[in-house]
Design a protein around this ligand. Sequence first.
Ligand SMILES: C/C=C/C(=O)SCCNC(=O)CCNC(=O)[C@H](O)C(C)(C)COP(=O)(O)OP(=O)(O)OC[C@H]1O[C@@H](n2cnc3c(N)ncnc32)[C@H](O)[C@@H]1OP(=O)(O)O
Length: 649
Amino acid sequence: MMELEIENLAVLGAGSMGHGIAEVAAIAGYDVFLRDVEEDLVREGYDQIEWSLNKLAEKDQIDEDAEQVLDRISTTVDLETAVADADLVIEAAPENLELKRQIFEAVDSATSDETILATNTSSLRVSDIATATERPEYCCGLHFFNPPVKMDLVEVVSGDQSSEAVVDSAYEFVNSMGKTPIRVRKDVPQFVVNNVLTPFMGEAAWMLDEEAATIEAIDAAMVFKRGYPMGPFELNDFGGLDIFAHTRDQWNDPVPASIRSRIESDDLGRKTGAGFYDYDGGGGASYGPRQGDGVETTRIEARMINEAAKLVGDDVADPSDIDVAMRLGGGLPEGTCRTGDKLGLDVVLDTLERLYERTGADRYEPADYLVKLVDDGHTGESAGAGFYDYRDGGPYHYISHEVTDDGVLQVLFDREERLNAFSTDMFDEVQRLLETSNTDEVSCVVFEGAGDRAFSAGADITGFTTAEPTELMHIDEAIQAIYEYPRPTIAKIDGFCLGAGLEITLACDIRVATTGSTLGSPEIDLGLIPGGGGTQRLVRLLGEPRTKELVFRGMKISAEQAADWGILNRAVPEAEFEATIDDIVSDLVDGPQTALEVAKHVINEGQNGSLETGLALESQGFGLLTTTDDMLEGVAAFNQDRAPEFGDE
Ligand SMILES: C/C=C/C(=O)SCCNC(=O)CCNC(=O)[C@H](O)C(C)(C)COP(=O)(O)OP(=O)(O)OC[C@H]1O[C@@H](n2cnc3c(N)ncnc32)[C@H](O)[C@@H]1OP(=O)(O)O
């Protein structure tokens, strides 16, 4: 079977997931039929889409008017009308196996033989739904996260009988909408994100049952010591304790008493006003940075890492896909496999074995794959291998890069979910890339941020409570590596460029931003000062009054003002941005490489000493360049009235 073309879409179910999926697809240019069983439900879903599109348009986050996008969405209550011309049908009905099977059966007979049938189920097996059709090979799972407009991740799930071509087509469809698909190669219950995230909440509750720590202490430890965006109890309250228990019950997994008892008293979390925390009178989740001392956080993380190991060992997903999924779908600061490699897989295994021995509970039984990694000595980063191989430095998780044919090293800060905020790992990756790049092959470097919202919103604030001060002080080394890189560097700024983002920019040789961009040093609002060279580079660039005001007041300024002050080479309208960068790049690529390197060195070093020292440096550099072939070529080109063609020297 060849990959299938997808143009028309039908979404069945106009609830929060269904209308969200329809909206995302329409924004991406697809014609969509949105269908629900009653007029009111369809109307409500459509109104929600309209409201959301208007918000996105107000914030300039879509390229068209809301009306233009809405024109691509039709609504109906009639199933046959909805699916008749669809190349892809996405079912987003309530999580009820019988209901979903009925829908699939009906859709099967109302569509062409080549229509792909996808379910957005989060907790049922795709295969159990697909067998309601005559052609399970055309069925797969497309698990979007809530709300689909905001959440980038989609798990693309193979059912037992799904054809590769169908899954590939669904994967490409997700890509075409600008979302991030990950492959879930086997139809395991709960797929990847929910599988790995469930022990985060579950193990915390088992610890509470054992009185190993309080609710507040566990939440505080996971947030302030381990950098998770929410504590496990807070998260469980957010999602609903009944939802947590329902999924566990569905697969006959035990539910901790602390959850079961709250469900019995109808304390289901935020939605009922109380769960682990009291939201009506008690003000909700409340814990402080110092409350988490002494909590055994490894116990919670070991269980998550064990689930990840089962998925890798059973060939359900790759470590890199699991890690992307946990960052984008679970909101985690780093992927769970990466966390395991940093903690040490031997430590993880010891923790599980100890708990398994003490309780005999299946949930602690170590995954075969984890045991094998440890037996093979692959205990993580410090051993050179774990889930990942670190012997050549290891994979890049937070940046992507390529060297173009003309030698431009393009570096993308690739952490869009946090506005490209820099974790310590991310700084290390930039430094490693620059230190290991072959400068003979690079003519210049262009740094930019993923997405259209930020170059970088600074250092990762959530990492400030989890990292050691010495680790954070290393930020400066990565930024200095940019400053000292022997080839010209360009900061291509579109959106927020704050804190460490601005400091990276200041370490670059040339800085261009779109006019809508915002630059600033807001560290003071965190009780900090710029720690990546910001105070020193700014004062040399702007003088004392402007630097002090910018830093003391944590000011954010427009790109126009930054250009006016001399922080930027220029601020240009969005429409001229790419062409402006291309012009600069092409001059640097075609320029004499040795002269450019010497110019950078002389300017960088010269300004740090006296004028005499600077002049001496310049003079040496000038003298050296008069001996190069590039100079001979430059002079010959001048005499012959043609453009020079410089070589490598
Ligand atoms: C030595 C160097 C030190 C430093 O660099 S210190 C850090 C300096 N930077 C800052 O203080 C800026 C912090 N960020 C912000 O103030 C805001 O963001 C913005 C004004 C840039 C944008 O606000 P909005 O449009 O409302 O977006 P959003 O929902 O706040 O951000 C989207 C997601 O990105 C995460 N995020 C943004 N900046 C950082 C950061 N610096 N560290 C960690 N996470 C960050 C958020 O939390 C959120 O994530 P979720 O969607 O999961 O809630």
